[in-house]
Design a protein around this ligand. Structure first.
Ligand SMILES: N[C@H](CCC[C@H](N)C(=O)O)C(=O)O
Length: 289
């Protein structure tokens, strides 16, 4: 009888994740293992993987243990590591609630992008304090076919290029990362968002995610879009002194982003645990060869 390892499946606005509870950080999850688990045909399937570890048990989170008991060890579906995942933090918190490890209310979660505050309502949406956006030097030009657009360089712990377009269909099939120039601006790759207006403080977006491809939603991307739109619209809270709230429609649902005059950003959206099960360590060893 080979070892069976528990997993769960969850999503936030259809950005979906394999959740692997491993409080003592006992599992070895190299990139090939993550990619095998996230494979939508031969594995469980997911845009990414949430490795659930106590901060004290992980070398990258140990010094945050006093502030946040749990560390979201986030991985993209291709096995690469990313600094932060906004939809992932909501699903991570929902898992902790589902497992009875936390109750409703406020929770601190350690991530590679720092400690994030999460408010878990009894049911319904979850709100995450996403920190502040940075606007590194060097915007880029993004191209799809004959069209190209200037894209705003926004960092939410992870890199984003935000392009405002007339029609989301102009982003094309997004089977590949849209070419951007100069390529040197994002040496570690980038998440590219295409944004179209839907009304006052209301936009819709599509995203090509680094390490995952086009996804149905990107939480950090929605935050990058909201802060870029506020500056485009003359609604920068640091200038107006009033919070700016944007509704961001993604293919998988709706997120609401509020940026405060002090720059802090809050994102509110759903988080669902879909299923739980076990995978077979022998199967995984066979897949990895
Ligand atoms: N693909 C992203 C990480 C996941 C971001 C996204 N799923 C979110 O909800 O923020 C990156 O490599 O920076």
């Amino acid at each position: 009888m080979s070892t069976r390892i528990a997993f769960l499946k969850g999503h936030g606005t259809e950005n979906d994740f394999v959740i692997v509870p491993d409080p003592e950080n006992a599992l070895d999850l190299p990139p090939a293992t993550v990619a095998a688990l996230c494979d939508r045909r031969a594995g469980i399937g997911g845009d990414g993987l949430l490795h659930v570890v106590r901060s004290a048990a992980h070398p990258e989170a140990r010094e945050l243990a006093a502030e946040a008991e749990w560390f979201m060890d986030y991985r993209n579906g291709d096995g690469s590591v990313a600094e932060m995942c906004g939809n992932g933090v909501r699903v991570f918190a929902r898992y902790l609630q589902h497992a009875g490890l936390v109750t409703e209310g406020d929770l601190a979660v350690a991530t590679r992008g720092g400690v994030k505050t999460v408010h878990i309502a009894k049911d319904g949406d979850i709100t995450v304090g996403m920190g502040r956006a940075l606007f590194p030097e060097g915007d880029v030009t993004v191209s799809v076919g004959e069209r190209s657009w200037p894209a705003r360089n926004v960092n939410m712990g992870n890199p984003h290029a935000v392009a405002f377009v007339d029609d989301l269909a102009h982003a094309g099939d997004l089977y590949e990362v849209p070419p951007f120039q100069p390529a040197s601006v994002y040496p570690q790759g980038v998440n590219v968002e295409f944004v179209a207006d839907r009304g006052p403080r209301h936009v819709a977006m599509r995203v090509y995610e680094r390490g995952a491809g086009e996804t149905r939603s990107c939480g950090t991307g929605a935050c990058a879009v909201a802060v870029a739109a506020a500056r485009r619209d003359g609604a920068d809270p640091a200038v107006t002194g009033t919070p700016a709230t944007y509704t961001v429609d993604v293919p998988g649902g709706r997120l609401v982003i509020t940026e405060r005059p002090d720059g802090e950003i809050e994102m509110t959206g759903p988080a669902v645990i879909v299923a739980e099960g076990e995978f077979d360590a022998e199967w995984l060893a066979g897949v990895l060869g």
